[in-house]
Write a protein that binds this ligand. Structure first.
Ligand SMILES: Cc1ncc(COP(=O)(O)O)c(C=O)c1O
Ligand SMILES: Nc1c(O)cccc1C(=O)C[C@H](N)C(=O)O
Length: 411
């Protein structure tokens, strides 16, 4: 790293009002450069103690009594907390459980059922694979047509594209708020309004925005949303997802996996399924209590810091990565697959070069951990509360070293 690069990063860290939060994360004291917080966030130090005391006291001490005392309500208690800290959602509309994939399926089926007679689901070709696969599965099951929006892999879906395809046959429009590859930040309020103008419902995948970009689901009039908790909400590997259903849709909402835990009275164990009132009906089986532990520590931190401050740091980090890319990597032929305009950009940055697959493998060998995403994309996930400006600078300096080693010249 050159001395100017080092000095700039040191100055940005010194001026960063959130810099000290980094110390609260396990591993932040090591030289490892972690640029993959949007695949799996780092654990908070407090989580170790929470997990130990859960085993000793809540699980070990209370045993089956724990369900009545606390665990049964955890999906809605934690859901409401995600709703208020991150989603702009009033209580009673968010529940935690299942994987994002399963909740996508449940939400999409519920959305289609709420628009009877309509035969199309709209989505884009660059959406995350699980979203495309789930939509194709639902279309097969119900005899629906998928209407695809084509997008460039370095951009994302625009309002105009949505307006062009939605119509009276559209039941649900399924989109990612922040694109997993390009980080394109969709204009959620305007797109939601356009979908409503066509009489359809919108289902947003918030996996790459929750905990990184402030959301106002109630104010935007969003119908349905899902998102995962192991990225910017640091819930740990396989921590459960959440689903949001706007209150106005809850009455009469039909979800496709009716299970005993979403029943109005699970322990009545009666002959037929009577949905629980409100958002609880979206639950199917036993809530993943252990999976919701770490997430609660990160929610406490987000509540302490506030999403506006988190977003300000996120924009600072991505601007820093773009500036370094311009200086250090563009001369070696590295391109950008992420919007330059901050208001259209989420919390990660994707850099392109034909050698990026090999570059990623070499970086992992020296404890610099970004992600690789085809085609030729090195993805830097910059988790606002655990990533420092210096970490980004050290990482990008290493990218330059590896590219030079591989003979990149930009010619
Ligand atoms: C946009 C998006 N949706 C969904 C998922 C994940 O789904 P699941 O939690 O079911 O693996 C991811 C990442 O894995 C994602 O980036
Ligand atoms: N969920 C993941 C996993 O189980 C293993 C490795 C990576 C992931 C991810 O989250 C990938 C991520 N959603 C992406 O945007 O590519």
């Amino acid at each position: 790293m050159t001395s100017t690069t080092h000095e700039t990063a040191a100055r940005l860290d010194a001026e960063d009002p959130l810099a000290s939060y980094r110390d609260r994360f396990v591993g932040s004291e090591t030289p490892l450069v972690y640029l993959d917080g949007n695949s799996l966030g780092r654990p908070l130090r407090t989580t170790g103690e929470r997990l130990r005391s859960f085993v000793d006291q809540e699980w070990g001490g209370r045993l089956i009594r724990g369900w009545d005392e606390a665990w049964m309500d955890l999906p809605t208690v934690v859901g409401d907390r995600i709703g208020s800290a991150c989603l702009g959602a009033a209580p009673g509309q968010v529940v935690v459980g299942d994987s994002t994939t399963v909740l996508l399926y449940k939400a999409l089926r519920a959305g289609v059922a709420a628009r009877p007679g309509r035969t199309e689901v709209v989505l884009d070709r660059d959406n995350f694979p699980t979203d495309r696969y789930v939509a194709a599965g639902v279309a097969d099951e119900l005899g629906l047509t998928l209407r695809w929006i084509d997008v460039d892999t370095s951009a994302g879906v625009t309002l105009e594209q949505v307006q062009e395809v939605v119509g009276e046959e559209t039941a649900v429009v399924l989109l990612s708020h922040v694109a997993y590859r390009s980080a394109w930040l969709a204009d959620a309020p305007a797109i939601t309004a356009a979908v409503h103008d066509a009489g359809a419902l919108v289902l947003w995948d918030l996996s790459h925005s929750v905990g990184s970009v402030p959301l106002e689901l109630d104010a935007w009039g969003v119908d349905l949303a899902v998102g995962c908790t192991y990225k910017y909400l640091n819930g740990g590997p396989g921590s459960p997802a959440f689903v949001y259903v706007a209150e106005r849709l809850l009455d009469g909402l039909r979800q496709p996996i009716p299970g005993w835990m979403g029943h109005a009275d699970p322990f009545a164990m009666g002959p037929g399924w009577t949905p629980a009132p409100g958002i609880r009906r979206m639950i199917s089986g036993t809530p993943p209590v252990v999976g919701m532990l770490a997430l609660q520590d990160m929610l406490a931190l987000v509540e302490e810091v506030g999403m506006e401050a988190v977003r300000a740091k996120s924009v600072g980090l991505t601007e820093h990565a773009l500036a370094l890319t311009e200086d250090l990597l563009a001369p070696l032929g590295v391109g950008l697959a992420t919007p330059r305009e901050a208001r259209r950009r989420g919390g990660h940055v994707t850099l392109t070069h034909p050698a990026m697959r090999e570059v990623t493998a070499r970086l992992w060998e020296v404890d610099v951990i970004p992600d690789y995403r085809d085609p030729g994309g090195l993805r830097l996930g910059l988790s606002p509360l655990s990533t420092s400006y210096d970490e980004v600078a050290r990482g990008l300096a290493r990218v330059r070293d590896v590219l030079l080693d591989l003979g990149a010249s930009g010619a």
